[in-house]
Design a binder for this molecule. Sequence first.
Ligand SMILES: *[C@@H]1O[C@H](CO)[C@@H](O)[C@H](O)[C@H]1NC(C)=O
Ligand SMILES: *[C@@H]1O[C@H](CO)[C@@H](O)[C@H](O)[C@H]1NC(C)=O
Ligand SMILES: *[C@@H]1O[C@H](CO)[C@@H](O)[C@H](O)[C@H]1NC(C)=O
Ligand SMILES: *[C@@H]1O[C@H](CO)[C@@H](O)[C@H](O)[C@H]1NC(C)=O
Ligand SMILES: *[C@@H]1O[C@H](CO)[C@@H](O)[C@H](O)[C@H]1NC(C)=O
Length: 778
Amino acid sequence: MYLKCVFLALFLFVSHIAADDFEETLSHLKPKTTSKTQEDAVLGLIKRSIPNGYKFFLVKVDPNFGPSGKETFQVQKSTTGFVKIVGTTGVAAATGLNYYLKYYCNVQISWEFSQANYLPQNLPEIDVTITLNDRFRYYQNVCTTSYSFVWWQWEDWEKHIDWMALNSFNLILASTGQEAIWERTYKKFNLTQEDVDEHFTGPAFLSWLRMGNMRGWGGPLSSAWHERSIKLQKQILTRMRSFGMLAVLPAFAGHLPRAFKRIYPEAKMTKMDAWNDFNDTYCCPYLLEPTEALFIRIGEAFMKEQIAEFGTDHIYSCDTFNEMDPASSDASYISNIGKATFAAMTTADPKAVWMMQGWLFVHSIIFWTEERAKALLTSVPKGKMIVLDLQSEQYPQYDRLEQYFGQPYIWCMLHNFGGTLGMYGSFDIINENITKARKDNSSTMIGTGLTPEGINQNYVIYDAMTEAAWRTHPHDKKDFFRRYAVRRYGKVNDKAIEAWDILKDSIYNYKGLLKMRGKYAITNTPSLKLAVWTWYNYTDLFDAWDLLLEAADDLKDSPGFLHDLVDVTRQALQVYGDIYYKKLMDAYRIKNINIFSDAAEIFLDIFPDLEKILASNKAFLLGPWLEAARNCGVSLEEKRQFEYNARNQITLWGPKGEIMNYANKQWSGVVTHFFLPRWKVFILSMEVALQKGTTLNEKLVKVKMFKEVEEPFTFDTSKFPTEPQGNTVEIAKYIHDKWRKRVDYNDNIFRKIRIPRASEEEFESDEDSELSPEVLNV
Ligand SMILES: *[C@@H]1O[C@H](CO)[C@@H](O)[C@H](O)[C@H]1NC(C)=O
Ligand SMILES: *[C@@H]1O[C@H](CO)[C@@H](O)[C@H](O)[C@H]1NC(C)=O
Ligand SMILES: *[C@@H]1O[C@H](CO)[C@@H](O)[C@H](O)[C@H]1NC(C)=O
Ligand SMILES: *[C@@H]1O[C@H](CO)[C@@H](O)[C@H](O)[C@H]1NC(C)=O
Ligand SMILES: *[C@@H]1O[C@H](CO)[C@@H](O)[C@H](O)[C@H]1NC(C)=O
C-alpha cells in the first residue's frame, strides 16, 4: 500500500497533469469489445470509405501498445508492402488512418462527401507514432439529434459513425430511442397512453422535450416510431462500441409529464416556467424535487429498463437546470439536489459517472455564483462527474469556476446554433487556447469535444478542431489552410489556396463575444430594426470569391470545390442582402421613394439568384429534408405529421413562431417559398407607407406575413426537388459577374467596417427580443 502511494505520488509529480487523478474514478470507462471486434470495425470502415484502397491496409488493435494508459496509433508503410496501422483501440487505429489520409494522401472524408477516389496510385511512405493528448474526445450536443440527425436512417448513421472514428471520437451521446424506454417507464407508474401522448413532442422537437423545456408540440409518437428508434439505437450502439467508443446514455433529470401530478398528488413537484413563449398546452412539464423518494424510484426504473435494452458504458448525461434555475439558491439545497440526482443513477448502476453540460453556468451566470456552482459540482464524489465546458471557444467557464472545483471537464467547441448556414469560426481561439487550457496549473481538463447544435456547415473549423486530439502545439495556421484546400479539392490550385488564405484571417477568425446565430437580413423576419454586422471586411469575402471563380475551370470536377463554390456564392449574396438592407433603410428614413425603389429592386433580386445557386448542389436543398421526414412515417397521416415537423422546425419553430427563424436554412425552396415572399410583403408595405406618407405599422405587417407566407409554408405539402439542378460553375460565374459589377466599392460600407459593441446587440434588444433565441438553451 505504502509503495503504491509513493509510486502514485511520483507519477503525479512527474506528469504534472492533474487529470491523472481521475484514473481511479474513470478507469472503468473503457471499451468492452475485444481487440478483434475493433480491428474488424476498422477494416469495415476502410472497405466502406476507400473501397479501391482496401487491400493495401493492415490493421491491428492492441490495448497495450504505446505508453500505457494512453491511446496511441502507429502508421507505417515502407517502399513496398502494406500500410500497417496499429492502435490501442479501434478509434485510435481509425484516427491513424485519417492522419495518413489527410497528411500523406491529401484525401478528405468530410460530412458531405469523400475525396477518397483521389487516393494516390502509389501509397506514400510513412512511419509515425502518435499518442493522443487526452482521455476523451466527446461528440454531440443534445440538440444535434433534432437539428441534424432526426430523419436519419441507418445508412446515414453508418457513414457518420465512420467519420466519428476517423476523427478520434470515443465518447458519444447516444440519445436515440429513449422515448420508447420512457413510455414503458411511465406506464409502470400508471400513466395512460393518453397521458404519454400529451407529453411527447414530435421527432423534430425531442431535444427540448428531453430538457424539460416543452412538451407535446408536434407530437405524439407512434409505436412504429418507437420500434424504429429502438432498432436504430441498437445498430448505432453496436457499431459505436465495435470501434471502442463509449456511448453516453440519458439519465433521469427530474422532468415529468403533467399526469404525474394527478397520480402522485403527494409528491413535491413544481411546474416549470414557460420557455420561449410556448403556451400552457406546450410548455411547462413538472420538475420533481430530486429529494423526493419517488425521484429515485423513477430514475432507477428508467435506467434499468434502458440498460436491459441497450446495455451501458456507465456514463450518463443528465441536465436538470438547463435554463431553469433551482427553486432555492441555498447552497445546501443545491448540494442535496446534486446528491439525489447522482443517487438515482448509482442505485441502478453503481458504476455510474454523471456527464453534465456546463451550459447552465453560462446561461444563468448571475444565479450560478461560484459558491452555488461549487455546491453542485462538489455534491458528487470527485471524478464521478464530467462537465462539458460547452462553448469553450466563446464562453469558457473553467477559469471562472476554478477548474470546476476539481471535477474533470471537457473543452468543447459548440460553434453552431440551430444548424443555420453562414460562414464563420474562431480559428485562433481553438488553435491556441486548448493547448493552454490543458497546461493550466492544476488543469482538470480530460478531453476535447465538438458540441454543435447542427452540422453540415463550416467543415473547415471542425476539421481543425478534431486535430486537438493529437496536436501538441498549435497549428501552423497558413500551412493548415493550404493543406486543407488541397485535400478538400483533391488537387493543388494556387487560386483556391489563396482564397482560403484570405478566409482564414477574416471570416474564420472571429474573436468577439457577440452571438453569431445565423440571422442575416435575408433570413430574418423583415423589420425596420435589424442590426446587420460582420467582424470581417466584406471585401475579404469578395476577394476570396473572385479567386474561387478563377479556380473554377480547373476544379470543376471536385465535389468539395463545387460545394464550397455554392457556399461562398451564398455567403456573398447573404452579404449583399445586408448591404442592400442598409440602403433600403437609409432611403426609407430619408423618405426618398426613388432611391428606395432602386434599392428594393436590387434587394429582391438577390433571392432568385440565391435560389439558383443553392439548387445546384444537393447539400443545399429543402427537398431531401422533407423527403427524409416523410420516409420516417409509416402511414399517410404520420408522413404528414413528420413533414409538418420538418417544415416547422426550420421556420416558425412553434405553432405561432415562438422561436421564429432560429433554425433557418439557406436552402433552395426555403428561399423561394419563405424568405422572398415575406420580404415582398414587407417591402410593399414600406412602399405604400412612403407613398402615403404614413408610418409603417410593423405589428400589422408581421401578422400579414405570418398569415400569408410563414404559417402557410408549414402546412403546405408541395414537393421540392431532391436532386440538384443546373451547373454550379456557370451559375456562380453568372452571379459573380452580375453582382461584382453592381456594387459601388467606394461606398462607405466598404471603407468603414462597423463592429458593434457588446452592449449594442440590436438583434437581441429589438422588439423581437421576446421571440429571441438567446433565451433558448442548446
Ligand atoms: C399502479 O396502480 C396500481 C393499482 O392502483 C397500484 O397497485 C400500483 O402500486 C401503482 N403503481 C405505481 C408504480 O405506483
Ligand atoms: C396554445 O396554442 C395552440 C396553438 O396556437 C392553441 O391551439 C391552444 O389552444 C393554446 N393553448 C392555450 C392554453 O392557450
Ligand atoms: C483565449 O486566450 C486568450 C489569450 O490567453 C485570451 O485573452 C482569450 O480570452 C481566450 N479566449 C477564450 C474564448 O477563452
Ligand atoms: C499552481 O498551483 C499551486 C497549488 O494551487 C500553487 O501553489 C502554485 O503556486 C501554482 N503555480 C503557478 C505557476 O501558478
Ligand atoms: C479591413 O480592411 C482595411 C483596409 O484594408 C484594414 O485596414 C482593416 O484592418 C480590415 N479590417 C478587418 C477587420 O480585417
